[in-house]
Design a protein around this ligand. Structure first.
Ligand SMILES: [Zn+2]
Length: 450
């Protein structure tokens, strides 16, 4: 079961009994599917499976069973700090960075661990079982690095936490940042981060991308940079990131996060850029909640939406994920670890309203993010780790529409969270006594059932 905040579970947890989930609907539209989990992995998937003796049973009642949500972009060192030491008055990215700078000297390892563990509790309850978090390395003490490495160890039985060494104040701009970043990697942080648009000049931004990609290639690590998080159409560090990924053979291991300047770029230039990004195997991560609130702050009207070109990137063959980025911190005053809220915002901002596009938004918070993190054994196939979330919805698009209840969350074939279905008791003459907000099976549009 879930670890409590002050008494972490003793890993490894003992072996769970076999678990059989009956009558599930899967994201690809298959209905009436049973899944048997033995020793933490799915050992059979199909209709009407036999239950071995001593098997625990869950009747999914036709609800949607999905592999767990994955967040490809988060900041767990700043989460739940909103209002400390003050709120972000302008609402801009740059004031958020200043505010975080004011807060940093006041932080303690214990407070950071406590907030991160609380966030992970929320994540599990939302069926979010893998998170890539950036951790600020622009601090001689590397306090946040130490804290999040400890959190990673404690939550390992129920959340995969992947850490990115993130030079928030600029790799070349902040004194000692490169040395600190190397120290963080030595301590066990596993992904190389960067922030080229925050360096002093475009040239230094490009230089930081080169240095960081070479460092990652040398150490055999993945790269995930905050890249072009700006309304400036001339911020083109994604081009440099794709160039060095290609040059160093880092295909599939590099991610460009945010890429918001692409929203403002010239269409002709983008038509050249997208094939280069695809060819270099660079993943893209949009952060819809944050992009729609932070970008365009300097605009009059019309005011830019700011989010990167998600449908166009997908059409070019780029793997695109959505991240939550922030929850209750100097940059964002809302959020609750709900990746369906993230998917819903991405869908709206990018106008991805067709059935196929809505499914792509669901993929952007599940399978696409799993590819970005390089998760092993992710999915609902035989042999995959028995991690899953049962949603009170009958299809991925309904899950997004309703921000569906997470009826049950499984980790390694064990139930780690349960939530009551969302229903209302009605007191109306001649109307049903109960409503939930789902559509009846068969009422979905043609093709929705797969
Ligand atoms: Zn970020």
């Amino acid at each position: 079961m879930l670890g409590t905040r002050r008494a972490p579970p003793k890993a490894p947890m003992d072996r769970p009994p076999p678990l059989l989930i009956r009558h599930a609907t899967l994201p690809d539209g298959r209905r009436g599917v049973d899944l048997l989990a033995i020793d933490g992995r799915f050992s059979a998937v199909g209709p009407a499976l036999a239950a071995p003796v001593g098997t625990e049973l869950i009747d999914a009642q036709g609800w949607l069973l999905s592999p767990p949500f994955v967040d490809a972009h988060f900041h767990m060192d700043s989460t739940l700090s909103h209002g400390l030491p003050r709120v972000n008055a302008s609402g801009t990215l740059l004031e958020g960075i200043r505010l975080w700078g004011e807060l940093k000297p006041l932080l303690t390892e214990e407070v950071l661990i406590d907030r991160a563990l609380q966030y992970c509790d929320w994540a599990v309850a939302r069926g979010l079982l893998a998170i890539r978090s950036h951790v600020d390395v622009c601090d001689e003490r590397l306090l946040a690095v130490r804290a999040l490495l400890e959190v990673k160890r404690r939550v390992a039985p129920y959340v995969d936490l992947q850490l990115v060494a993130f030079p928030q104040d600029g790799l070349l701009r902040a004194p000692g940042a490169l040395a600190n970043l190397r120290r963080a990697l030595d301590m066990g942080v596993e992904v190389v981060g960067g922030i080229p648009h925050f360096e002093r000049t475009m040239a230094e931004g490009a230089e930081s991308v080169r240095l960081l990609c070479e460092l990652a290639a040398e150490r055999g690590l993945r790269v995930d940079m905050h890249c072009d998080e700006s309304d400036d159409p001339h911020s083109r560090h994604i081009e440099t990131l794709a160039f060095h990924s290609q040059r160093l053979g880092l295909h599939g291991r590099v991610t460009g996060s945010h890429l918001t300047s692409m929203h403002s770029m010239d269409d002709y230039y983008v038509s050249k850029l997208l094939p280069l990004v695809a060819e270099a195997g660079v993943h893209a991560v949009a952060n819809p909640l944050i992009n729609i609130t932070l970008q365009g702050r300097h605009d009059g009207y019309p005011k830019r939406r700011g989010m990167t070109r998600v449908p166009e990137l997908l059409a070019a063959g780029v793997n695109v994920g959505f991240g939550h980025d922030c929850v209750l911190d100097p940059w964002y005053a809302l959020g609750s670890a709900d990746m369906l809220e993230v998917a819903a915002m991405g869908l709206h901002v990018a106008q991805m309203t067709s059935l196929a596009a809505q499914r792509q938004c669901f993929d952007a918070v599940t399978v696409n993010n799993a590819r970005i993190l390089g998760l092993d054994g992710y999915g609902l196939d035989v042999g995959c780790r028995a991690d899953a979330v049962l949603l009170q919805a009958r299809s991925p698009e309904e899950a997004i529409r309703l921000r569906a209840q997470r009826l049950c969350v499984l980790r390694g074939g064990r139930v780690v969270s349960r939530m009551a279905p969302a229903t209302a008791e009605l007191a109306l003459p001649g109307r049903p006594a109960r409503v939930d907000f789902t559509r009846q099976p068969g009422a979905a549009p043609q093709g929705a059932g797969g």
